[in-house]
Design a binder for this molecule. Structure first.
Ligand code: ADP
Length: 403
């Protein structure tokens, strides 16, 4: 710190002996201090303190009317609790006890009379320096405090903005889900009609060219119906509108029902559909529609992504859950895609160059359904070597035929 800053400090001297005051003033004057005031009447300290706002007080202890301890006691009420105000006590007969008392009353340092002026000068400067550093610290604290306050206000504002945006996004999502559900429903009804009539025409028409046209209408209609069903499933799941109807289902017959749906497609590709069971007559307590939807998506994918070999469903009872494995000998999935394929709309081959038809919704819906039934789904697969999708559903089964 620069000395000139000290020299502008306000110094208040209180001593009942004018001669002591004169010596101290002489010292201050010699050192270059310009703002010093004094009094021999200790009763004047409080009003002088208020008016003069000293940076340091040089205080005698033994004085008539009010001694130094009493003065310090009164000043304490004027100084803010955490503020630093240096008091240099100047006294002739300071013993250990009065030193302790003075410290307790607020003194910062002592010096005994007669003064060694070099010492007095140094103590004053040291105390002023501490005061200056304290003030610097206070200022820094204030700056930090202000910065923290401003940042908190900013954070609160962006928090508020974020939650408003989140609410808006949720509302938009809800609207989207409702829209999808309504549209799928509205579209499904006419498509069922179109497919029904196309199927009739296919059976009735003799002309081969017209028959093929009817066949194509039926195929396109069926594909559209599958897509709509997926969208409807997804929107129902997202809107939490799905209410499960839990009852006992026989897994062997569920697999047959699912296989029947894919028999023609598998046959055309020369694929065999196989099923194995760890136990005979396994019954599972679950929602049949959801279970069929899970099988549908997994077996459908297995058939779609396999050129030769087989698609197998293996059902086995474990200690506290049932495991359904759908295995194929198809194109396989490289490791980097194992998690991604369960996300909405994600496919291994994406974009306009994709090699397979599909919406990228089947596995996402399957995962959501499995999880809603308190189960889990995972995939084991290697590129070019086929895939196995493993579904685990909670063990709520009993066996028809005990082993
Ligand atoms: P989609 O079949 O309609 O594209 P899915 O969500 O059912 O959508 O599957 C996402 C992607 O996961 C598929 O596009 C495909 O890339 C990959 N996939 C799923 N099942 C298999 C499988 N059995 N063999 C190879 N790839 C698969």
């Amino acid at each position: 710190m620069i000395d000139s800053t000290f020299l502008q400090s306000n110094v208040l001297i209180v001593d009942d002996q004018q001669s002591n005051i004169d010596v101290l003033k002489g010292l201050l004057n010699h050192e270059g201090y310009t703002n010093y005031f004094s009094t021999t009447d200790s009763r004047m300290v409080v009003p002088l303190f208020k008016e003069f706002k000293p940076d340091i007080l040089l205080l005698d202890l033994n004085m008539p009317y009010m001694n130094g301890f009493e003065v310090m006691k009164q000043l304490k009420t004027l100084i803010k609790p955490n503020a630093y105000f240096p008091i240099l006590v100047l006294t002739a007969d300071i013993n250990a006890e009065s030193k302790l008392m003075a410290l307790a009353s607020g003194a910062s340092d002592f010096i005994t009379k007669p003064f060694d002026l070099i010492e007095v000068d140094l103590r004053i400067k040291n105390l002023l320096k501490v005061g200056y550093l304290y003030q610097q610290l206070e200022n820094q604290n204030q700056v930090l405090d202000d910065a923290v306050k401003n940042r908190t206000i900013e954070l609160e504002k962006s928090n508020h903005d974020l939650s408003t945006a989140l609410e808006k996004a949720k509302e938009m999502n809800r609207l989207k889900t409702n829209f999808l559900a309504n549209m799928s429903h509205e579209l499904r009804t006419p498509i069922i009609g179109i497919n029904g009539f196309a199927e009739l025409l296919r059976a009735e028409i003799a002309d081969p060219e017209l028959k093929e046209m009817a066949e194509n209408i039926f195929k396109s209609g069926s594909r559209l119906a599958i897509t709509l069903n997926l969208i409807l499933d997804l929107s129902m799941l997202e809107s939490e509108r799905v209410v499960f109807d839990i009852k006992e289902i026989d897994l062997a017959s569920e697999i047959s029902v699912a296989f029947r749906r894919f028999f023609e497609a598998a046959n055309k590709k020369g694929l065999s559909l196989k099923s194995t069971f760890s136990h005979a007559g396994i019954i599972l307590e679950t929602d049949e529609m959801a279970f069929q939807s899970i099988l549908n998506n997994l077996i459908g994918n297995a058939v779609k992504f396999t050129y030769e070999g087989f698609v197998a469903v293996d059902i086995s009872r474990k200690s506290d859950y049932i495991e359904i494995k759908v295995t194929d000998t198809g194109i396989g999935i490289s490791k980097e895609f194992h998690n991604i394929i369960f996300e909405e709309f994600r496919q291994v081959s994406e974009g306009l160059n994709r090699n397979f038809e599909g919406t990228g919704l089947g596995l996402n819906i399957t995962k959501k359904l499995v999880e809603r039934l308190s189960g889990s789904i995972s995939v084991e697969s290697e590129l070019g070597k086929g895939s196995t999708f493993v579904v685990k559903l909670p063990f709520r089964i009993r066996e028809n035929n005990p082993e």
